[in-house]
Design a binder for this molecule. Structure first.
Ligand code: IDP
Ligand code: MG
Length: 138
């Protein structure tokens, strides 16, 4: 079964949406297989967002994601990667569809609440980056 990494970023934690976001994934039918509430070290954030290195928003993104604790999770289910991306909605909340987490709960692209893996390779890489194998309960 497919697995995907989800982060509830500092804005999601600070605005009190950890429960709401987890609830939406649970209600869909996805299975939580790992979770940790952590202040991400800078080197981990930099590896996680390495694909965006050099982009105008990169430095701000790293500063933000390491600024206060986040909820890191692994979710599992049939086509979990695309299902979770659909539940999140478009990267820019103003372009996301109503009913998605980002449209319903967020306003701007640099405070869009969540991260979710975008493909099988990135999901595998990101899960291995944030969790050791013995932290996954499948
Ligand atoms: P994703 O989170 O939907 O996969 P990515 O393109 O991978 O979107 O970008 C990673 C994160 O970087 C986004 O979730 C968002 O927080 C931030 N970001 C993306 N594009 C911009 C931008 O143009 N300005 C500011 N922040 C951005
Ligand atoms: Mg991405």
């Amino acid at each position: 079964m497919e697995k995907t990494l989800v982060l509830i970023k500092p804005d999601g934690v600070q605005r009190g949406y950890v429960g709401e976001i987890i609830s939406r994934l649970e209600k869909k039918g996805l299975q939580l297989v790992a979770a940790k509430f952590i202040l991400a070290p800078k080197h981990l954030a930099e590896q996680h967002y390495a694909v965006h290195y050099g982009k105008p928003f990169y430095e701000g993104l790293i500063a933000f994601i390491t600024s206060s604790p986040i909820m890191a999770m692994v979710w599992r289910g049939p086509e979990a990667i695309s299902v979770v991306r659909s539940l999140m909605g478009a990267t820019n909340p103003s372009q996301a569809n109503p009913g998605t987490i980002r449209f319903d709960l967020a306003m701007v692209v640099n405070r869009n609440l969540t991260h979710a893996s975008d493909g099988p390779e990135t999901a595998a890489q990101e899960i291995a980056l944030w969790f050791s194998p013995d932290e996954l309960y499948e």
